[in-house]
Design a protein around this ligand. Structure first.
Ligand code: HMG
Ligand code: MG
Length: 307
């Protein structure tokens, strides 16, 4: 088993994490979270979404958040852009990367972005072209690649169909997303292998919600395939408002603990990540979901109760 020596973690807490919070989180708190993530060594951060504020009110402050972000060499901020309206607004804020998000199932596509898969790609194609014209890289997310809250089981063929559509419109990087956290290691490997038929290793990533506690095992299964880019969310923040019951992404702290324990570098400082996780959890008024975060806070003598 040849594992990667270095793994890149893309921090999605400020976007995927905070899009699902019932209580509004101010732009100032979001920017402060990003500052703390930068202090922990994060270099790839999904900052916000340029989606309809009627659909996801938590991201309505996208422009304010982008304006407040510290810009540093080597730091890349990505934002979600489901259509041209979103892209045009995003480009005014100078993102380093934009994300189109499709789904492996018709039902989830309809619920999440109000159109079927074919129509979603008609909307994404000009977004990709215009982003490239502006010199901005495009990631694509394939949601519900391991299971769908409306359809149920999802086959590797259905995943590959959408990967091929992503490739066809020129999406640079393909993220395989387990939106509801039902994937298990062998199924995850099967889905990732379909993406690797069309994208090089460095341009495929895993995005695992930890709803059923499978995310670390799924990441290990991906590492066995040589995959070395994953989305994670500090304090285990997150969920998708259009996937009922979906909990947060795998916690960045938990993944970093596992990877460092395996001798795999991330460039991240675990203690500083725990600080960032404790900070945003404090803003939200609850303990971090991250097991490692809670364990290290307890070791520091900070009282934490399980959420
Ligand atoms: P729609 O209603 O079909 O859009 O929504 P429309 O083009 O018919 O426009 C309707 C109204 O929305 C108009 O305003 C537009 O201007 C406005 P009105 O005239 O009624 O006042 N509008 C917009 N406003 C701001 N920004 C925009 C925009 N587009 C239209 N970009 C749409 C289609 C895609 C906009 C909507 O369905 C939407 O915003 N969906 C977003 C859902 C979402 O953000 N979900 C969570 C992110 S995905 C996720 O979490 C999964 C991921 O983490 C991976 C995984 O875990 O699976 C990535
Ligand atoms: Mg997600």
């Amino acid at each position: 088993m040849k594992l990667p020596n270095h793994v890149t973690l893309l921090e999605v807490g400020p976007r995927d994490g905070l899009q699902n919070e019932a209580l509004p989180v101010s732009a100032a708190h979001k920017v402060e979270l990003v500052r703390r993530l930068l202090a922990a060594g994060c270099r790839d951060i999904e900052a916000t979404s340029f989606v309809s504020p009627k659909w996801v009110p938590q991201m309505a402050d996208n422009t304010e958040v982008m304006a407040g972000l510290p810009r540093q060499p080597g730091v890349r901020y990505s934002v979600l852009t489901p259509n041209m309206k979103g892209l045009e607004a995003a480009l005014r804020c100078q993102p380093d990367e934009v994300v189109v998000f499709g789904a492996a199932t018709e039902a989830f596509s309809q619920r999440n972005i109000n159109c079927g898969i074919a129509e979603s790609f008609d909307r994404f194609a000009p977004v990709v072209a215009a982003a490239h014209e502006a010199g901005v890289k495009v990631r694509g997310a394939v949601s519900c690649a391991l299971g769908c809250p409306y359809q149920g089981e999802v086959s590797a063929d259905e995943v590959e169909r959408v990967v091929v559509l992503m490739k066809g419109i020129g999406v640079d990087h393909c993220g395989i997303a387990d939106t509801i956290g039902v994937g298990t290691p062998l199924k995850v490997q099967a889905a990732i292998e379909r993406a690797l038929r069309h994208y090089p290793l460095a341009e495929v990533s895993g995005h695992f919600h930890d709803t059923y506690g499978q995310a670390l095992a799924n990441i290990l299964a991906c590492l066995e395939l040589g995959l070395h880019v994953f989305d994670t969310s500090v304090a285990g923040l997150g969920g998708c408002p259009y996937a009922k019951g979906a909990t947060g992404n795998v916690a960045t702290e938990d993944v970093v603990f596992m990877l460092h324990g395996m001798g795999i570098a991330t460039g991240l400082d675990l203690d500083a990540l725990v600080d960032a996780g404790a900070y945003i959890s404090g803003v939200l008024g609850r303990p971090p979901v991250s097991r490692v975060g809670r364990a290290l806070l307890a070791k520091r003598g900070v009282a934490v109760n399980a959420p």
